[in-house]
Design a protein around this ligand. Structure first.
Ligand code: MLC
Ligand code: AMP
Length: 526
């Protein structure tokens, strides 16, 4: 089934009730009814249809968060194309790679970036570049106003977008090499959304505070699908604002966020039992939630955060229980495999390990992606011969069935919920004049959970300036990837085989941000 058709079928009978209400501190609150969502996404879908693109064309989107950006996502589903969201922090080198690799038929960017983005897009052969701004201006909406608010091809796209039809491509990196586009089908997304709707007990009178970016799985799929598939309202923040979220909690019932959002909410004096009395559920994921945050939250609000675990390639895999009858929500664990998801822990030789033993987490299920875009070899590498996806996460299942993530076999730093791949940053540093080699390691950080710290070795006789390294990187890549600190050392620690011992570097810098930041968390590249 086309994912939009399934979401549309769950809209409330009265389409004139509010579906989304904006809540940013600057500017008036805007209300979008369910009818608005349906009509506006139809107009955008008609605009896309008028371009006569081949089915499943990629629609690449790098825009600031807005309700209209969500409508473009829905329109892409309706028109049978493939949504390709891009982090707004990405700079030209990164965008050039994604556009070159995905070859989108349409690129949508903000007006302020039109000059450089359109140049990249036209050079790569993209014919259509539109603009969309978070104040509802731009050529995309101007063009869409000329189209009907009824999308006649919905039924057609239903039948042409069988379960295997692609709905989205999300770029994600691996240990080595460039980013890979994880291809997710309508069936992948819908099956996961339906499971979460039941498992987390979503109901029509829920009100979700949506305060996450919508270019990753968490904000785009888990949050939006959850609300739309339950016909419940969203309070919409274009940017996370802790004080403002606390103000809105009495009007809401569900909140979801990466751990950094919980840490920042805890710093708000207004976060009290009274402010959260109306809330039904707090969900955390995308990065390890520190036990300290889990406990502090329970003490301050009386609510127990439900932690879950997922990936771009699979959407959600596990969840702590929602219903007390299914067991307590355990801090430091990511709960049980979701219904329909197979999860096993394996040794390096592929042998399935018994409960309690630590190994690589492998998963299977209707939510697992269709492969990496135009990278069949990479896809094959990441699946076992019997069809299980190797997550790159290291964990164990305890005797009661709870999954614990204890590390990562992939060299990855998760900073404030964003993934930073050391290999990419090290390659950029190594290309700088005078640099012999470098290593990026993740160290505990009180706000972002983990941040990257770079260690750089100069070539013999060369001088390398640590601040200069950071400044040069800033001009090249997304800001969240920039190491928070850079140290120039005489050499990197190596083992007898000559392999860089990142664990020693991590140890050396683990108290850089104070002992308060120190709580065990998964570490990559061990
Ligand atoms: C911002 N900065 C970060 C950062 N976010 N640094 C490291 N890690 C981050 N995550 C830095 C910027 O580089 C900038 O530095 C400074 O902070 C201010 O930038 P900002 O954009 O104003 O920051 P802020 O709005 O405070 O953003 C913080 C945040 C944001 C936590 C709200 O990072 C965020 O929304 N994170 C959520 C990510 C997410 O949704 N992940 C889901 C992935 S899906 P400077 O030096 O330039 O000033 C997934 C699967 C799953 O993982 O299971 O869900
Ligand atoms: P991404 O590729 O951005 O989708 O990031 C997926 C990765 O985030 C997973 O492979 C995990 O390493 C990590 N992750 C997601 N949720 C959790 C969680 N609750 N605890 C620990 N790690 C998590």
């Amino acid at each position: 089934m086309n994912l939009y058709s399934a979401l549309r079928a769950a809209f409330p009978a009265n389409l004139d009730t509010v579906a989304v209400e904006t809540a940013d501190a600057d500017g008036p609150a805007l209300c979008y009814t369910w009818r608005d969502l349906d009509r506006a996404s139809a107009m955008l879908a008609n605009l896309l249809a008028s371009l006569n693109l081949p089915a499943a064309s990629r629609i690449a989107v790098q825009v600031d968060k807005s309700v209209e950006a969500m409508l473009l996502y829905l329109a892409t589903l309706r028109a049978g194309h493939v949504f390709l969201p891009l982090n707004t922090a990405y700079q030209s080198g990164e965008i050039e790679y994604f556009i070159g690799n995905a070859q989108p038929a349409v690129v949508v960017c903000s007006s302020k970036n039109f000059g450089w983005v359109s140049k990249i897009a036209f050079t790569a052969g993209t014919q259509n570049v539109f603009t969309l701004n978070d104040d509802r201006t731009g050529s995309l909406l101007e063009r869409a106003t000329h189209y009907s608010d009824i999308f006649c091809s919905d039924i057609h796209s239903c039948s042409s977008n069988k379960d295997e039809g692609l709905a989205a491509i999300l770029y994600t990196s691996g240990t080595t090499g460039r980013s890979k586009g994880a291809m997710l089908s309508h069936g992948n997304l819908l099956s996961n959304a339906q499971v979460l709707k039941d498992y987390w007990g979503w109901r029509p009178n829920d009100v979700l505070i949506h305060a996450l970016p919508i270019f990753h799985v968490h904000g785009l799929f888990v949050a939006i699908h959850g609300a739309l598939l339950s016909g419940c309202k969203m309070i919409w923040f274009s940017k996370f604002d802790a004080a403002r979220v606390v103000e809105k909690l009495p009007q809401a019932t569900v909140f979801m966020g990466v751990p950094t959002l919980y840490v920042r909410l805890l710093a708000e004096p207004g976060l009290t039992r009274q402010a959260t009395a109306h809330m039904r559920l707090f969900i955390a994921g995308s990065a390890p939630l520190l036990l300290e945050t889990f406990n502090d939250w329970q003490q301050r609000t009386g609510h127990t955060i439900l932690e879950r675990y997922g990936m771009s390639e699979t959407t959600m895999l596990t969840s702590n229980p929602y219903l007390p009858a299914d067991g307590p929500r355990r801090g430091g664990t990511v709960g049980f495999p979701l219904p329909g998801v197979g999860l096993r822990v394996c040794a390096d030789d592929g042998q399935v390990l018994p409960a309690g033993e630590v190994g690589g987490i492998q998963v299977k299920g209707p939510n697992v992606f269709k492969g990496y875009w135009r990278m069949p070899e990479k896809t094959q590498e990441e699946f076992t011969a019997d069809g299980w996806f190797k997550t790159g996460d290291v964990g164990r299942i305890d005797s009661q069935g709870y999954v614990h993530i204890v590390g990562r076999s992939k060299d990855l730093i998760i900073s404030g919920g964003y993934n930073v791949y050391p290999a990419e940053i090290e390659a950029a540093i190594n290309a700088l004049p005078g640099v012999a080699e470098s290593a990026l390691v993740g160290v505990p950080h009180p706000d972002f959970g983990e941040v990257g710290v770079a260690v750089v070795i100069a070539k013999p006789g060369a001088q390398v300036d640590a601040d200069g390294v950071l400044l040069t990187l800033k001009a090249q890549m997304a800001n969240f990837k920039i190491p928070k600190r850079c140290f120039v050392l005489p050499e990197l620690p190596r083992n007898a085989m000559g392999k860089v011992q990142k664990n020693l570097l991590r140890q050396q810098y683990q108290e850089l941000y104070g002992a308060a930041a120190l709580t065990p968390s998964p570490t990559g590249g061990r």
